[in-house]
Design a protein around this ligand. Structure first.
Ligand code: DAU
Length: 289
């Protein structure tokens, strides 16, 4: 036995008594994938292959693969992605997630692994690691540190509360049709700057904290998802309005200063330094000329 198959044999033992596999595991940060794509490939592609092979061998009854709207790539201002839209991943992260999806589909088609895929938009909520936009901006604003906005800040994302995402995953796990894909989005793309101004109001901090920094290489301008399929088939709808979700999220970070301090130590500090304080130098080594 070689490499991935040997790893799968090990994982198979762990899956023997599992009813289902829900593959949340991923290197999930686009910026990190731009600095170094290898870990992204290892975890998101090879890791998925190992899990699929183990699930096949252990004859697991359900395999739900958690994917992302980033597989659709940049959406023009008037366009919305539905499950049958073509995949045009832009970043190494997005490409790794699209690749993993191809493997999931191949295992479903070839070996009958009972797999289903979900594609969600940007999550926010408690306990999110502050490398992501929402917790990074909240944590910096609380400390009155600069808020690093990439490019012109007019890029649009469709924010969904993590609890709504998890409820959708639970519904798809129980009732989604094998071999199908389900989009999970809030349905209202918003510009980063607009989100940031709302956050600043909630946190009572001045807009002067905003600092425009060099854009992310290959930055997608807009993600926009239609989630009619999961609503129609499984009755899912987001329950957290964006306004209430943002308010409770800001309040959560305000009352969890110790947690923020703990996760911002160690490796994060080094990443922050490299990615933000030495941004131009770091990006000049990896970005487009
Ligand atoms: O769309 C779903 C995806 O959302 C998930 O698949 C990814 O795992 C997740 O990381 C997220 O990807 P994004 O690249 O959209 O999320 P991020 O929080 O990194 O950035 C959100 C937007 O904010 C994006 O347009 C880049 C911008 N941004 C981000 C950071 C971290 C800034 O302007 N400044 C920042 O410091």
């Amino acid at each position: 036995m070689k490499g991935d198959i040997a790893d799968a044999a090990l994982v198979k033992g762990l899956l023997a008594r599992c009813d289902a596999v829900v593959n949340f595991a991923a290197e999930s940060h686009v910026d990190r994938s731009i600095l170094d794509s290898t870990e992204c490939f290892e975890t998101n592609v090879r890791g998925t292959l190992v899990l699929l092979e183990a699930a096949r061998q252990a004859k697991v009854a359900r395999f739900l693969h958690v994917s992302t709207d980033e597989v659709y790539g940049d959406m023009a201002p008037d366009k919305w992605a539905v499950e049958t839209s073509p995949l045009h991943p832009s970043s190494p992260y997005a490409a790794s997630k699209a690749s993993a999806e191809m493997l999931v589909m191949a295992y479903q088609h070839t070996y009958g692994v009972p797999a289903v895929i979900t594609r969600a938009s940007n999550n926010y909520g408690p306990y999110q690691f502050p490398e992501k936009f929402m917790p990074l901006m909240i944590a910096n604003a609380l400390d009155r540190k600069p808020l690093p906005v990439y490019g012109d800040g007019r890029q649009e994302r469709d924010w969904i509360h993590v609890e709504d995402h998890c409820r959708a995953i639970d519904l798809v796990l129980r009732g989604g049709r094998t071999g199908e894909v389900y989009n999970i989005g809030y349905g209202e793309p918003r510009a980063n700057l607009d989100v940031l101004h709302t956050l600043l109001e909630l946190l009572d901090r001045p807009a002067s904290l905003i600092q425009y920094v060099t854009d992310r290489p290959g930055h997608d301008r807009r993600y926009a998802l239609r989630s009619d399929k999961i609503t129609r088939e499984l009755g899912w709808r987001p329950e957290h309005s964006f306004e209430d979700g943002l308010r409770s999220t800001a309040a959560w970070y305000q009352s969890h200063g110790e947690w923020i301090a703990r996760v911002r130590g160690g490796e994060y500090r080094e990443y922050y330094e490299r990615h933000y304080q030495r941004r131009d130098e770091t990006l000049s080594g990896v970005g487009k000329p």
